[in-house]
Write a protein that binds this ligand. Structure first.
Ligand code: OXD
Ligand code: MN
Length: 649
């Protein structure tokens, strides 16, 4: 069990302010009249004490309160430009931000949960004891904002008033971070106090890039204090390391759901999107995938896109699963974003009228370029490592790509043509009928399969395996990625898993409302499925087919083939769906995609069983599902051999 407010509140321990009187006094001394006035609507005493402590710790030269007004947001844009954190590009509203070459993705080896003695942690997470974290913060954070302006913003992670929304404070000396926060989160300056009161908690985030030199990056730390729901980030700028409203606070929300909202809420690394089915009916999906594995593309393939990265769930009074996106914008990977796969996003990126912060792409004549955009690439320009020309290599002789693999675009989701802005902003949330789980899996699981019950569905999530991507520095190989949320689960995996079984088996769902749970895999390759060449068996746009089939399945309009791993689609049901995206669908391709490679699946089950057996207290349901699948798969193998085509199922 995670205990909140346990151990020292590090901000107070370092900042030295413990009472509201001291906080008010400090604020009166350090803020100019205008900013003091702007802070007056914030009466929450805990929030004011946090702010005062951040000021005494970081000692900025000046303090800017962001009320979210048009003038304040413009001030932040100008500040970021003036400080050189962003530069204007040719298109109105477009800017470029470069992170240091050493800081192009999440610094996983410098990211820690702050814990107290004896607390159970995820086996996949790094942690640091509170006393050690205090030592680091005492060494590196006092005075970190000297010569800089501290900016303070108030945000809601979710539409204000939604059951699962939680408010948060972002404190940073980076204009880029605050500018990004304005695009990605809902400014709730006017509602902050009421929301903090309603929810009973808020998150705090303190960041400073310091001098922002390559020499500083080894000292960078991303600390998340689970007990005090406060993050600290130093000596880096990459938004995944600094804008901790995103993954830092997502981690706290995972903890909160796991330990304080069992059967009531879940917090997942999932997109939310709607598909229009027969007769115009709308069916909503939420789907998990590890970072850099197609969540944004899947989300945008829907007709009613709500979110591309995070989802928070609850079950409403009618037993319907509801989801909100804690974000209102996209911090999307741009590699391979092109007209064919992402037409609406391309309209924003290449058309007029959308505010976009680009990061770590190539700039030539004030125009951004990136790998896989389907356009003619320039020969030279400036990118994440400085001057770049075609054929440029690094010290080790490796080619330097035109744009970093993890280069990004930050923009409002509402700018995207198929964004369901009304629904995304509705505190009632989107009604979700289908949950999907996926990973980068070259050889084992089919493109889509459906769990026969909630236990099997939870086990699909628990069993995700995926190839590492460029979103994490130093990550390589094929790894387990439970629920695609693994990097963001602070506590024991067994606790998180139990919360999943409890939630999806909840009696609050009826047979009609209990969500369909499915696996998705876009990454099967020819060579691994009996063909030749390392190319993928499918294309980006096939996503519409897999979601389309799930849409029909969820309404009982198609039946699946029942197998040991769940239901698979019938060939005849897929053909018209492929036709609707102007593709032929040869039976031979279907057989390659949906044949069960039994030995591979059995190996996966063994891998998972072995890994989970090292954790304490894993719920028995997991092993029951694996045991049944194993027996059924072995029987199937005896009858039809190691590779079973759908005709034999
Ligand atoms: C992200 C990530 O940026 O998961 O969303 O890395
Ligand atoms: Mn993500």
């Amino acid at each position: 069990m995670l205990e909140l407010k346990k151990g020292d509140d590090i901000l107070a321990a370092v900042g030295g302010i413990n009472t509201i009187g001291e906080a008010r006094d400090l604020i009166a001394r350090k803020l100019d009249d205008e900013n003091q006035k702007k802070l007056t609507p914030i009466k929450n005493e805990d929030a004011l004490i946090k702010i005062a402590n951040a000021i005494t710790m970081c000692t900025p030269d000046s303090i800017f309160i962001n009320s979210g007004s048009a003038a304040d947001v413009q001030w932040i844009r100008d500040y970021s430009l003036g400080k050189g954190e962003e530069k204007k590009l040719a298109k109105d509203g477009h800017t470029i931000h470069f992170d240091l070459p050493q800081d192009q993705a999440r610094l996983v080896n410098q990211t820690y949960y702050i814990i107290n003695e004896g607390e159970k942690m995820s086996s996949l997470a790094k942690s640091v004891l509170r006393a050690e974290a205090i030592d680091y913060i005492k060494e590196f954070m006092p005075g970190i904002m000297t010569g800089k302006t501290m900016m303070i913003g108030f945000y809601s992670r979710g539409p204000v008033g939604a059951e699962a929304a939680i408010p948060a404070i972002e404190i940073s000396s980076s204009g880029y971070v605050l500018h990004s926060a304005e695009l990605l989160y809902r400014n709730c300056y006017s509602d902050f106090d009421a929301e903090a009161e309603r929810v009973g908690l808020f998150y705090s985030n303190v960041h400073s890039e310091g001098n922002n030199t390559p020499e500083d990056v080894p000292n960078a730390r991303i600390f998340m204090d689970r007990s005090w729901m406060t993050t600290f980030s130093t000596f880096c700028t990459y938004a995944g390391n600094t804008l901790l409203l995103k993954k830092g606070n997502h981690r706290f929300t995972v903890d909160y759901a796991t330990y304080y909202q069992v059967e009531k809420q879940l917090s997942e690394h999932m997109f939310i999107t709607g598909m229009t089915g027969p007769d115009g009916r709308k069916t909503f999906f939420a789907g998990a995938a590890p970072s850099g594995c197609g969540k944004t593309t899947t989300a945008m393939a829907g007709t009613d896109f709500v979110g591309d990265d995070l989802a928070q769930f609850w079950i409403d009074k009618g037993g319907v699963l509801r989801a909100i996106n804690p974000e209102k914008g996209i911090f999307g990977i741009v590699e391979d974003v092109n007209r064919e796969g992402d037409p609406y996003l391309m309209d924003c990126l290449r058309g007029d009228g959308t505010e976009v912060i680009w990061s770590n792409v190539l700039i030539t004549d004030d125009v951004p370029h990136w790998i896989g955009n389907g356009e003619t690439a320039p020969d030279k320009g400036v990118n994440f490592q400085g001057e770049w020309h075609k054929g440029k290599t690094d010290e080790a002789g490796n080619p330097i790509p035109m744009s970093h693999k993890n280069s990004r675009c930050t923009l409002l989701a509402s700018e995207i043509e198929n964004h369901a802005t009304g629904l995304a902003e509705d505190p009632a949330g989107a009604p979700v009928k289908v949950i999907t789980y996926s990973g980068r899996d070259a050889d084992t699981m089919p493109p889509v399969w459906v769990a026969r019950n909630s236990d099997e569905g939870v086990v699909i999530g628990a069993s995700i395996v995926s190839k590492a991507t460029a979103t994490e520095i130093g990550a390589t190989g094929v790894r387990r990625q439970p629920w695609a949320n693994a990097p963001f689960i602070p506590g024991a995996l067994s606790d998180y898993m139990r919360a999943q079984f409890t939630f999806f088996n909840s009696a609050k769902f009826s047979d009609k409302t209990r969500p369909v749970m499915a696996g998705l895999n876009y990454f099967l390759t020819h060579v691994d499925r009996g063909g030749s060449g390392t190319g993928l068996l499918g294309e980006k746009k096939d996503v519409k087919v897999w979601l389309g089939w799930l849409e029909l399945f969820a309404h009982g309009d198609v039946k699946g083939i029942e197998t040991a791993i769940g239901f698979l689609p019938e060939y005849d049901d897929l053909v018209p769906l492929f036709k609707s995206i102007d593709k032929e669908y040869p039976k031979a391709l279907y057989d390659m995609q949906f044949a069960l490679y039994i030995d591979k699946i059995l190996d996966r089950i063994e891998l998972q069983k072995e890994a989970y057996s090292k954790e304490e207290d894993i719920p028995g349901e997991l092993y029951e599902v694996y045991a049944k699948q194993k027996v059924d798969l072995e029987q199937l193998k005896e009858k039809h051999g190691a590779i079973v085509t759908p005709d034999n199922l």
